[in-house]
Write a protein of this length. Structure first.
Length: 269
């Protein structure tokens, strides 16, 4: 298990290639959810390419509506990714809510972001799910908003083309100042942070990424504020990049600065 706070240097955590302390390797393992204080963030990480028996077990926790959504996915890999990530979300949230995973009920906020529908204590939990390739991440907190994202570094993506589409002018200038070897880690860190922020807001693609800037992220690994051209207040937002597995970059964003962030592996077999 590794914990971070906004002022720590993460002494035992190794750094990957990249400018400053943007990316971090993680060696974490836990099986149960600890108590979650008011300003803490817990980020759970798991593989989604699990054995068939594990997939079937997770499938039994899902609602009829979730199972119907899974049936609409043509390819087995995508279908299993959905079943596993949603099942893991239920199992992990159930520990905090102290309820059975298959009893959890979700509702949708106006922007489509899910939340627990229970009107009691569990509904104060804020959570967000992200998945890419064979990795999923689940961010949980009691802060007002949270977003979690993970991006697989894929060779079939035209990085320059995507960068032109999602970067602000200042970010594009910084991207072009970097050497070719440093661009990938920088690019995926920025991309995942933008995704995490937009997901925390619950607005989806209604907020163009070119209106979101991760200011100062190339100098500081964490605590990077987000800016918008309409004067959005950056000091209230916080974000951090992390490396959940080789070839992946993740990010978590919160409204409010957390007292600590804990990363944990959820092991299924």
């Amino acid at each position: 298990m590794k914990k971070s706070s906004r002022n720590s240097n993460h002494g035992q955590v190794g750094m990957l290639k990249g400018r400053g302390n943007v990316l971090r390797t993680l060696r974490v393992n836990a099986t149960v959810a600890p108590a979650l204080d008011a300003r803490q963030v817990h980020v759970w990480i798991s593989r989604t390419n699990l054995p068939r028996t594990a997939v079937e077990g997770l499938k039994r926790t899902l609602s009829a509506e979730e199972l119907e959504r899974a049936k609409l996915l043509r390819f087995e890999e995508r279908r299993n990714q959905f079943l596993v990530s949603r099942g893991l979300l239920r199992i992990i949230l159930a520990r905090y809510a102290e309820r059975a995973a298959n009893e959890l009920v979700f509702s949708l906020e106006p922007g489509g972001k899910p939340r627990l529908a229970d009107g009691g204590e569990p509904s104060r939990l804020q959570f967000n799910l992200g998945h890419s390739g064979t990795i999923c991440v689940i961010a949980i907190t009691r802060l007002e908003m949270v977003g979690g994202d993970v991006e697989e570094a894929r060779s079939d993506i035209d990085m320059d083309a995507v960068a032109r589409r999602i970067l602000t002018g200042r970010e594009w200038a910084e991207f072009n100042r970097l050497s070719a070897g440093k661009r990938p880690s920088w690019f995926y860190s920025v991309w995942s942070k933008k995704e995490a922020f937009v997901k925390a807001m619950g607005v989806g693609m209604a907020m163009p990424f070119q209106e979101v800037e991760t200011a100062g992220f190339w100098q500081s690994r964490s605590g990077s504020p987000f800016l918008r051209r309409d004067g959005f207040d950056p000091p209230t937002w916080w974000s951090e990049s992390f490396v959940p597995a080789a070839g992946y970059v993740g990010a978590v964003a919160t409204l409010g600065i957390p007292s600590s962030v804990t990363y944990r592996w959820e092991i299924h077999s």
